[in-house]
Each structure stands twice: as C-alpha cells, then as structure tokens.
Design a protein around this ligand. Sequence first.
Ligand SMILES: C[S@@+](CC[C@H](N)C(=O)[O-])C[C@H]1O[C@@H](n2cnc3c(N)ncnc32)[C@H](O)[C@@H]1O
Length: 386
Amino acid sequence: MEHKNEIVAQFVRRLQQSIESGSFIKLTLSKPGGKDKDLRNVYARLIELKGEQALSFTLRYATRDEVKNHPVPEALAMVGLWLGADFLNGDLFTPEEDVSIQFSKKRKPRLFFRPPSLQAQPSKTHDRQKQYLIEPAGNPYLQPMGITGAQGQVLAAGQAKYRQINKYIEIIDNLLRQHPLPEKPHIVDMGSGKGYLTFALYDHLANNLGLQPTITGIELRQKLVDFCNELAKESGYDGLSFLAQDINDFQPEHIDLLIALHACDVATDIAIAKGIRSGAGIIIVAPCCHKQVRKQMNCRTDMQAILRHGILEERQAELITDGIRSLLMEAHGYQTRVFEFISTEHTAKNLMIVGTKGKKNEEALTQVEAIKKTYGIGFHYLEGLL
Ligand SMILES: C[S@@+](CC[C@H](N)C(=O)[O-])C[C@H]1O[C@@H](n2cnc3c(N)ncnc32)[C@H](O)[C@@H]1O
C-alpha cells in the first residue's frame, strides 16, 4: 500500500512542479474505477481566479458536465484521492514530457514518462471560450492530418475540419448519454475516408469516456487505409484499425454502433442494411450524393408541376431517399431522428439520420409504399437489401 501511495505522490509532485514552473499544459484522469459509474473522466486546466492560480476541473458525467475550480493545494489533494480510486489513468502533459500513471486490474500503479506530445500552453484566463471535446493540442493524429501545427494550434486550413470534427463528437456524445455503449463497444465506420472522424471518435471514447472501443474503418482506397493504419499505430490507438474493402463484402459479426458518414449514394443504404442485419444498437448515417431514387422518379401527380424544375426534383429526390431510409429503419425496429449535422458552410450534405433500437413502426412499410406510388418510384435500394 505504501508503494502505491508513493507512486501516486510522485505523480502529484510532478503535477505540482509543472504548475510551479509554469510548464503545466493539462491533466486528464480517465478509466473510471470508482463506485460512481456516472463519472467518466476529468480534465484539468490551469486558470487564474482573482489573481491566484487554480485548477479548473471539468467532471464529465454520463449525462452532464460539471466545472469546479479549486486553489492549487486543494486541487493537488483531490487528484491524489481520485487516482487509484475513481480513476485508473492519469495523464499529465508538459512541454518537457508526458507523465502517465496507470493502475493495473489489481490497482498496482506504474509511472510512464514519454516524449512530450504537446507544446502549446493554453490561456490561463478564466474565459468563456468554447470548450471543444477534441482539444487541438495533445491529440497525436491531428497534426499528421494537417489540422494542427507543431505547437498544437489549429491551422487556418484546418479550422473548418476541426469544427466539423468537434460538432460530430458533440452530437455523438449527447447521443451516447441517452444510449450508452457497453464498456468494450464494437464500432464500424463504413467509408471512413481519411479517417478524421474515425480517429476523433476513438479518441473521445477511449480518452474522454474511458471505454475500450474496437473501431474498424472500412474504406475502398488502399492508400487511405495504409495512412490510417500507420497513424493509428503511431498514436497508440490499439483498438483502431482500417480495412481496404468494399463495404458490400464486409461481414460484421457484431456491431454496437454503425457509422457511415458521407458514404456515396447507395453505400449509405448498404451500410444501413449491414447495421440492421448485425443488430447494431445505434446506426448513424450522413448521406452523400443521392442518385438512385432520382433516376426512378416518374411523378404523375400535381407535384409534376413543381418537379419539372431540375433542382426541385433533385431536392425532392433527396428528401424522399432519406425519408424512406428512415421509415425502413423504423420498420426494422429502430427509432429514428433526422436533423442537420453541421452548418451548410462546411458542406451541403449535412443531414444526419440516427437510428436507435426501439419499437417497430408497424405503419412504416405501408407509408413507404404510398410515397413510392405518389412519386412513381419502382424501388428504393435499401428495400431490396432488406
Ligand atoms: C466522402 S468520403 C467520406 C469520408 C469520411 N466518412 C468523412 O465523412 O470524412 C466517402 C468515402 O467512402 C468510400 N466508399 C464509397 N463507397 C464505398 C464502398 N462501397 N466500400 C468502401 N468504401 C466506400 C470512398 O472511397 C470515400 O473515401
């Protein structure tokens, strides 16, 4: 026990020293191990309150965040009490080194010292700047992706992507508060592309929520898959990997969360069908181009007077495509929500459909048939797959 306390004390002393020498960047406590299963993790940043240094803790609970500011001596004592009891991981970031304390299953602590992953020191003012869930500094993948620079600052060219990533993580975070994932969730990201959102999701689940996710990105383009696998390895993200495959050929065994963001045309349908078949608890898709339904539309009702304009027909086809997707998901026992994902300033393809397992909508198939009839649509691709 003495040994355990000595190692915790060593970590807390290093924390204190970093604050006193002005080299503290941030502290995170993760991997919940206490009785309060709701408390997922804690972030600490240095602030100045009435001219005094203090640590501002953000306590992230399953359904809410709480911010508590404590003078440094009090804050150090709290960190000492949390470690090994409420949290089994502690990470201190300084420009000289990263210091981690990790407790084994038997609660035996070990200290690790690694080269610094961060250089930037955040502002100490107790300001009201937006707190992003994915912080620019300290995430090993953001710089190789061209979003941040060497000092951990968001580059001008990376601003839009950075905000998009955070918006996405914010949406997922809120969703998971209502529909929590298991401790070791299996997640598949279909059409993962360059992996921006896949990495951010892994980071959030593992480092902010203390889960042990296994995330597989499926992507046709081998070059992107190689890039992402290499980066996952360099980032130490053991549970994150990518496969160069057509999602059509991917046979998932079990999925807790299925994601397909901006997967082209019917790739979204294939992803939804795979999610439904594997019994995924949550399905999240952000559809991209919509070609299949539009090609089939042959409306002979009064709506034709409007749909003769190409752009209106295109928009109506998108609406019907996604509306039917949502109804088909409901017919298969998912409750759905359709909403705007990010502002149109980032991309016009900004609709998100979220399905969570729930009650079947018994009317849904009849409603789909009626819509198809109105617009002269022979079939919706997802229908065929299901
Ligand atoms: C527009 S990108 C989106 C990337 C990423 N999901 C995002 O939102 O940033 C769509 C990706 O899906 C991939 N894709 C399209 N159809 C696919 C299929 N059938 N199987 C696997 N990947 C596919 C493309 O190669 C492309 O990289």
